[in-house]
Design a protein around this ligand. Structure first.
Ligand SMILES: Cc1cc2nc3c(=O)[nH]c(=O)nc-3n(C[C@H](O)[C@H](O)[C@H](O)COP(=O)(O)OP(=O)(O)OC[C@H]3O[C@@H](n4cnc5c(N)ncnc54)[C@H](O)[C@@H]3O)c2cc1C
Length: 477
């Protein structure tokens, strides 16, 4: 057994900067062998309600992120080993082959990921090897928090008040600049293409907010763009509820979800920006949103699998909440006859992204107006979202469904009011539903109220060119 050779298992931490597990591997191993495994279950299997676990948008993003990481390693003289299969088997087999004693990785905290890391640990133990966990997802270190994880306040505001003023966010860890060459040959393995994973290749829809490209390089570029190049961060609080284009919010989420960029690095850059360019409500607000991300991660740690249960972290029985698959289908396809909902769902289906405003509205509509089980919606998001993150997704759905940590009883979105407020001229709706492009701002959010004459005049026949409303917009008027 070569004691000074270690394996660094990359997961949703596809970066060199601020990577604690990688730093720990470098401290302990003279030769570090990095590996990424395309988990066949993540790409080929289906969710409980039958959606593909990972749709093409996220699959493409992951492939690009792994390519970028491999390029970075190659520039530093070593390779990123690639395998396709089950990580708990592939990483163990690699360890056997290269006679590495230890595996380093950043720990994951949600069910499927925990099972995999536990099984890998068992496999490693069976041959006298071990796994060494680090942490790398949050702004805060749990050991710095003023409460034990299991006593994290369930209300966001309480959590925020206990941490933001009193706890320092640590500096990001440095990016390694060199690696020792290996004294052993290892088959590098090829990065699969989309078609190898059974997806069709695709071009980005030009109406989408960004042509997202995965990887640390692109993630850091986006950070630089949003802060230094454009100063967009200075107006974030005013623009963040936008719906169209790349600039209304940071769009950091896909890079954060795959770990291409670290939240601590965003925070450190934000602080540097504030020192040089001045701080305002908007620069604070970006930090505030990143706190939500930490909060939901902590909810996941505290409540474990309850974030996935119908009764949520609050353990609350829901009245209703059907599995009506026909109604669900209309919602998921963007065919409800409610334009603001349909436009958002069509954007999601065409691009894998939806604004935060959109997500809140479509989720509320599904759960509160159509009375459908929120778990189906959450699984659909899990499948489609380019920025899917288990804690952020399921805890946000808990919140909207009223089974999470929202202190307000029965939070409800009036979809018509929301549509008129955030899309007053109907530009967003018309972008995704061109069949409604001739409608006036007064009518565009309520096509179900058009008379036959109005339909003819606007060249849209309801029930044929655009669906009949499955939920009358008059309910919100
Ligand atoms: C039903 C529902 C499901 C969601 N699913 C996900 C998900 O799977 N993955 C995900 O990253 N976000 C999810 N969100 C949160 C939020 O919608 C996205 O983080 C945000 O739209 C991403 O765009 P952005 O990076 O431009 O965000 P910005 O507005 O620029 O915010 C900056 C960052 O703060 C974090 N953030 C902002 N809002 C939230 C929030 N409500 N919860 C947690 N973190 C937040 C994100 O990391 C985001 O990148 C969900 C929200 C809802 C209502």
């Amino acid at each position: 057994m070569k004691a000074n050779r270690v394996v660094m298992w990359f997961r949703q931490d596809l970066r060199l900067h601020d990577n604690e597990a990688l730093q720990n591997a470098l401290k302990k191993g003279i030769e570090v062998i990095p590996v990424y495994v395309f988990d066949e279950r993540v790409f080929f299997e289906k969710t409980r309600f039958g959606f593909r676990k990972t749709e093409k948008f996220r699959a493409k993003f992951i492939i690009e992120s792994v390519k970028d990481l491999r390029n970075s390693f190659r520039k530093l003289g070593i390779d990123l080993i690639i395998r396709v299969g089950k990580p708990e088997e592939e990483v163990w087999t690699l360890c056997e082959k290269v006679q590495a004693k230890k595996v380093f990785c950043n720990i994951e905290r949600t069910d499927e990921e925990i099972k995999i890391q536990d099984q890998l640990e068992q496999n490693l133990w069976s041959t006298g090897k071990e796994i060494n966990y680090s942490r790398g997802k949050m702004l805060y270190y749990t050991q710095d928090l003023p409460f034990p994880v299991c006593q994290t306040p369930d209300v966001f505001t309480h959590f925020r008040k206990e941490v933001e003023k009193y706890i320092n966010i640590r500096e990001p860890l440095p990016t390694p600049t060199s690696f020792n060459r290996w004294s052993i040959r290892v088959e590098a393995g090829e990065i699969p293409g989309l078609t190898d994973l059974n997806y069709e290749d695709f071009e980005w829809d030009e109406r989408g907010v960004l042509s997202f490209k995965g990887g640390e390089t692109e993630g850091l570029k986006r950070l630089n763009y949003y802060l230094w190049e454009t100063n967009l961060v200075k107006k974030y609080k005013e623009t963040r509820n936008g719906l169209i284009g790349g600039d209304y919010s940071s769009k950091f989420s896909p890079w954060l979800a795959q770990g291409c960029i670290s939240p601590k690095t965003i925070y450190a850059t934000l602080k540097d920006y504030e020192a040089k360019q001045g701080k305002n409500k908007s620069t604070y607000w970006l930090f505030f949103e990143l706190l939500w991300r930490d909060f939901f991660r902590l909810m996941g740690k505290k409540h474990k699998n309850r974030i996935f249960w119908k009764t949520g972290t609050a353990n609350k029985k829901i009245v209703g909440g059907d599995d009506d698959l026909q109604k669900f289908k209309n919602w998921s396809e963007g065919r409800t006859g409610v334009p603001f909902i349909d436009a958002n769902m069509r954007e999601l289906n065409a691009t894998g992204f939806m604004s935060n405003r959109g997500r809140q509205n479509v989720a509320s509509f599904l759960v509160k107006d159509l009375n459908i089980n929120w778990q189906i919606g959450a699984e659909y998001f899990e499948s489609l979202l380019i920025d899917y993150d288990a804690c952020s997704n399921y805890c946000n759905w808990n919140y909207v469904a009223g089974v999470g940590s929202d202190p307000r009883e029965n939070r409800y979105f009036n979809i018509l009011l929301q549509a008129k407020r955030y899309d007053p001229k109907g530009d967003y709706v018309k972008l995704w539903l061109p069949e409604l492009k001739k409608l006036s701002p007064q009518k565009v959010h309520q096509p179900d109220t058009l008379s036959i004459d109005e339909q003819e005049e606007a060249h849209v026949i309801i029930g044929s060119d655009y669906p009949q409303a499955m939920y009358s917009t008059a309910n919100w008027a």
